[in-house]
Ligand binder design. Structure first.
Ligand code: SF4
Length: 316
């Protein structure tokens, strides 16, 4: 997943030519060819539309080359107010630009997932959601969505939400057919959390860890994961220390370089440097391998996909 349309990408030393007739292109660094690359193909299921006339690409997208990903609810209680919204988040932008729909129904998701498997060989599904309330925090709509998909096609699903207030939701999510669960810390230091995600930071780190432990009991070691964005202000030490605690309780810490997205309050924030990532990912890869919680063993989701980070390449 290479950022192309962001401010920081404009200053990248890398540039790619358009694809030739054979689909390959040349990657240049400061104008000098360094590699031959191939662009991902357009998903075949993008050409279809639902019985009610919604193009499939507005319901779910192909991520990497074999992941179907969607944001079930494209609204979030935290997003409309910039005093509570996560400063890196762009959940409302694609909706405002009519590139998606606000609520993907279970029937629509099932229909699209089935065709994405048949036409494009999709192997797993990522269901994320904006947070609709402070009680179930999206768990109910994720259960409905998973049932809608599994009624159409047997495919591993990862769901992503904030920790529901009632841990009983973890069993309900599992029973609905969800195979792995992501609850995303994003940042790990209290000061950084409060500054970057003032609303979500009201769910404290201890609260996240209680939820992780409860979820691992239901989903199993290595099937619960969290996204940590490197480059929001946490030090490498803070990220590695938190990752160590996560690994101890069976949670996969998916550390991903922060991408400043155009149109968000952090649009002009710097992207993390390669040196900063090198101070985290090799050490983290060794910790993950030692804990025996490798990305390849996750049944579904971002950690398994790995396209947003080079982390998996450091696991052995
Ligand atoms: S890691 Fe997650 S967000 Fe990134 S491309 Fe893969 S499925 Fe999409």
């Amino acid at each position: 997943m290479v950022p192309v349309y962001t401010g920081s990408a404009q200053h990248s030393p890398f540039e790619a030519t358009g694809p030739g007739l054979d689909g390959t292109a040349i990657l240049l660094r400061h104008g000098t060819p360094v590699a031959t690359i191939k662009y991902p193909r357009q998903a075949r299921f993008y050409a279809l539309q639902t019985f009610d006339g919604i193009p499939y690409w507005k319901i779910a997208q192909l991520h990497s080359n074999d992941v179907l990903a969607t944001t079930v609810l494209q609204n979030c209680i935290r997003y409309t107010d910039r005093t509570t919204s996560c400063q890196f988040c762009a959940i409302g932008q694609s909706l405002a630009e009519n590139r998606t729909i606000a609520h993907k129904t279970p029937e629509q998701l099932g229909e699209v997932a089935r065709m994405a498997v048949l036409l494009d060989g999709v192997k797993h599904v990522v269901l994320t959601t904006g947070t609709p309330n402070v009680t179930d925090r999206g768990a109910a709509v994720l259960c409905d969505s998973a049932r809608g998909i599994k009624a159409q096609i047997d495919i591993p699903i990862q769901a992503q939400c904030e920790p529901p207030r009632d841990h009983g939701w973890f069993q309900k999510l599992r029973d609905a057919g969800i195979d792995s669960l992501g609850m995303h810390l994003e940042a790990v230091t209290p000061e950084v959390r409060a500054r970057i995600m003032p609303g979500k930071a009201t769910v404290s780190m201890p609260r996240y860890f209680e939820a992780f432990e409860a979820a691992v009991k239901i989903f199993g070691r290595g099937q619960v994961s969290t996204y940590i964005l490197a480059g929001l202000g946490d030090t490498a030490d803070a990220i590695l220390q938190t990752s160590e605690k996560l690994l101890e309780i069976g949670v996969y810490p998916f550390v991903v370089p922060f991408v400043p997205v155009s149109g968000t309050p952090l649009a002009n924030a710097p992207a993390p440097t390669p040196d900063f990532l090198r101070s985290i990912l090799p050490a983290l890869g060794r910790m993950i391998s030692a804990a025996n919680l490798r990305s390849a063993d996750i049944k579904a989701g971002c950690g398994k996909c790995g396209a947003c980070s080079a982390l998996a390449s450091y696991e052995d």
